[in-house]
Design a protein. Structure first.
Length: 140
């Protein structure tokens, strides 16, 4: 009985930790997908001083949003948000991805630093993804 109780206690601790680990690993795919758009968006901005917009399909030298997808990400689109170039990465729905990420969107914002272009997660992220599943750089 003692052995069964010990195993139950260990399982009660380990299962939530494992689920959080899986969710963090799935979230990391959004960063990889966004990385594929960062250079073309920055190049477009440097040439035109405007942000590309492929939200309606292939445009401004970018492929259609659905072509930027992965195992957990359904699409990624570039547009302008509050005067900044942004990449919106949308996770797949329930069943394809862990529940805290299902159907949610995370934003990566670009910033012109006078010759260089840097990226960050939107500090005012409206995705409702709990901070504990995001990397440190994406926590508000």
């Amino acid at each position: 009985m003692i052995v069964v109780a010990i195993i139950a206690i260990l399982a009660a601790i380990a299962i939530p930790q494992y689920q959080a680990y899986v969710t963090k690993a799935q979230f990391s795919e959004s960063q990889v997908i966004a990385d594929g758009l960062k250079l073309p968006v920055a190049e477009y901005y440097n040439l035109t001083k405007d942000c590309p917009d492929n939200t309606g399909g292939a445009a401004d030298g970018l492929s259609a949003p659905a072509s930027y997808s992965g195992k957990y990400v359904s699409k990624a689109a570039a547009s302008k948000v509050n005067g900044q170039c942004a990449i919106a990465v949308v996770f797949k729905g329930q069943g394809s991805v862990s529940a805290p990420l299902a159907g949610k969107t995370v934003y990566f914002l670009g910033k012109d630093n006078g010759g260089t272009y840097s990226w960050s997660c939107d500090p005012n992220d409206v995705s409702t993804i709990p901070a504990k599943y995001k990397p440190q750089a994406c926590r508000s």
